[in-house]
Design a protein around this ligand. Structure first.
Ligand code: THU
Length: 132
């Protein structure tokens, strides 16, 4: 799929959310990651009986994209069915930073956009390969 409008990216994240496997928390999340050349890769959270091996929607999207050979990303939309927006967890911020850099982070729920941020503002003083 190809897009350039954030609203299409949000729609893709909403559709991805419907595929979430959130059998334990019931908290479904969808993500849609846009590459520099306009391809959208989606993800949803995947929970499991051990709980701790749960993978968030954002990391599913990024790992899918990387494993399909995509490099270079511009933004990610994240959708949950909540009034307050759902920002990426700490682990996801680290992975998004390492592979996506200063992404635009678009938060939305099922009916409206809830805010746009830069990843560098959500993850100040990041650790990454430049420090190794
Ligand atoms: N979750 C995500 O997929 N992304 C977020 O940004 C926050 C949390 C998932 C993990 C777990 O399956 C459920 O939401 C509740 O934490």
């Amino acid at each position: 799929m190809s897009v350039s409008e954030p609203s299409s990216l949000i729609d893709a994240a909403r559709r991805a959310r419907e595929k979430a496997h959130a059998a334990f928390s019931g908290f479904k999340v969808g993500a849609a990651l846009e590459t520099a050349d306009g391809v959208i890769i989606t993800g949803s959270n995947v929970e499991n009986a051990s709980y701790g091996l749960t993978m968030c929607a954002e990391r599913v999207a990024m790992f899918k994209a990387l494993s399909e050979g995509h490099r270079g990303f511009v933004r990610i939309a994240i959708v949950a069915n909540t009034e307050s927006p759902t920002p990426p967890c700490g682990a996801c911020r680290q992975i998004l930073w390492e592979f996506g850099g200063d992404l635009e982070i678009v938060l939305a729920n099922l009916s409206e956009p809830k805010g746009t941020y830069r990843l560098k503002d959500l993850l100040p003083l990041p650790f990454d390969a430049r420090l190794l």
